[in-house]
Ligand binder design. Structure first.
Ligand SMILES: Nc1nc2c(c(=O)[nH]1)N[C@H]1C(S)=C(S)[C@@H](COP(=O)(O)O)O[C@H]1N2
Ligand SMILES: [Mo]
Length: 427
């Protein structure tokens, strides 16, 4: 398929997605050929569950069209000489069914707040959402290829079926320990059949990890001793590369660096890699982050009868827990604890609320800057800003390092909300 043909199919595809996600925003990057739509509005962040209609979409290639029976789709499994094939139907009928909550955040969320600007899709806060995914625990199918327990140092290399013959195969390697812990092969999203753009008929869900790891349209699971290398698939005899998505894209690094292909990392925790000894971290577990959903800054707001504005939002920390959420109503000069409430699942965000009694002065314009910042169970607090740093070995608490791909940023100042408070009578 030529470049212009692809741009045509892409256009048609996005139009189709926007038809059943009517409120979402198209945030397309033509050059990079990404198909993406972002969250409808800040207001989605007052809900714990994101309706499918509001869930962002992000992928590079065309959606594989499955014209035949979805059960004709099968997954190949390989562990050395041990091989098996399972249909979606078999997965659904013959293995345990579980549901997991997962806050999916694109590793490029907040990329648009990098200065200088980076390449690719300029997301602001749009690319994060929480859904309930239903499917088969991956650990329950691995015995079919003689993997009966977690080999802590091995990997599961997962292949997506969306790659055209002239492109890098969409492949991600996930540590087997994480796979055994909570990963699933999902065929339902929020209790409905998986929509095509979210991976129909089958996708991997890696709870609490950046979206890139949750491979859509899964065709193969391969147990490997290292993260994917081109040798991993050499027996397939195809002239395609398999390492781009794991080792080149989605790595955190300064400008003009080509990260080397690693066989393994000492920790899958993205932040620990960043402040530790892993050169050019892989974007695995999501960094601690929060967003205000109400007020949304789109219009002025008035307090209720008792003079109160309820500030509401969400906070998450990948597969770690959120320990604390604070809110500032004066642009960060002072902070107060917000209250966390609602559902509390590993890998999914928490709701928070903060009762604010704004002062409305007669002769001022009453503009306020609202910020939220979260702290995880490891006592890591969101940094304030994204900045260009010379020395990554000494990352100050208050700064997230500008990086060439614009990945994994979790600074709170760029997501602040400026709003005008008007008294009820002046509405
Ligand atoms: N096969 C395949 N899986 C993929 C991708 C892709 O391009 N191809 N994109 C990834 C990225 S970058 C993200 S953020 C999530 C988005 O999942 P969603 O579209 O269901 O929100 O899917 C991931 N899985
Ligand atoms: Mo992504």
């Amino acid at each position: 398929m030529g470049k212009s043909d692809r741009s045509e199919t892409r256009k048609a595809e996005i139009e189709e997605i926007l038809e059943h996600k009517p409120g979402t925003r198209e945030v397309r990057d033509e050059e990079d050929r990404y198909t993406v739509v972002g969250a409808t509005s800040r207001q989605t962040f007052i809900n714990w569950l994101t309706p499918i209609e509001d869930h962002f979409v992000c992928h590079r290639n065309d959606i594989p069209r499955i014209d035949t029976d979805p059960d004709a789709w099968s997954v190949r499994m390989v562990n050395g000489d041990s091989k098996a094939t399972l249909s979606v139907d078999e997965l659904r009928e013959s293995y345990p069914t579980v549901a997991v909550a997962h806050t999916m955040e694109c590793a490029g969320n907040d990329r648009g707040h990098h200065e200088p600007e980076t390449g690719s899709v300029q997301w602001e806060w749009d690319a994060v959402a929480t859904a309930i995914w239903t499917g088969t625990p991956v650990r329950s199918v691995l015995p079919e290829i003689d993997v009966k327990k977690d080999h802590a140092d091995r990997w599961l290399t997962v292949v997506g079926g969306d790659t055209p013959a002239d492109n890098d195969v969409y492949v991600k390697s996930i540590p087997l320990s994480k796979i055994f812990d909570d990963c699933i092969l999902a065929y339902e999203m929020n209790g409905r059949q998986l929509p095509p753009e979210h991976g129909f008929p089958l996708r991997l869900v890696v709870p609490g990890w950046y979206g890139t790891n949750s491979v859509k349209w899964v065709t193969e699971l391969r147990v490997t001793d290292t993260m994917v290398t081109d040798e991993t698939f050499s027996e397939d005899g195809k002239d395609q590369t398999y390492t781009y998505w794991q080792h080149e894209a989605y790595r955190i690094h300064p400008a003009s660096v080509e990260p080397e292909i690693k066989t393994t990392v000492s920790t899958a925790d993205t932040w620990e890699q960043l402040i530790g000894d892993v050169d050019h971290p892989y974007t695995f577990d999501e960094n601690v982050m929060s967003l205000i959903g109400h007020p949304d800054g789109e219009s002025s707001v008035s307090p209720d009868e008792s003079g109160i504005i309820e500030i509401q939002g969400v906070a998450w920390a990948g597969d770690d827990r959120v320990r604390r959420v604070e809110v500032s109503t004066d642009g960060g000069d002072s902070w107060d604890d917000a209250e966390m409430y609602g559902p509390d699942y590993d890998g999914a965000w928490r709701l928070f609320t903060y009762t604010w009694e704004p002062i409305i002065a007669e002769d001022a314009d009453n503009t306020y800057t609202l910020l939220s910042r979260a702290t995880d169970e490891n006592d890591r607090t969101q940094p304030a800003t994204i900045a260009v740093l010379d020395d990554w070995d000494e990352i100050p608490d208050s700064v997230y390092p500008w990086n060439e791909g614009g990945y994994a940023a979790n600074a709170y100042v760029p997501n602040g909300i400026e709003l005008q408070v008007v008294s009820r009578t002046n509405e």
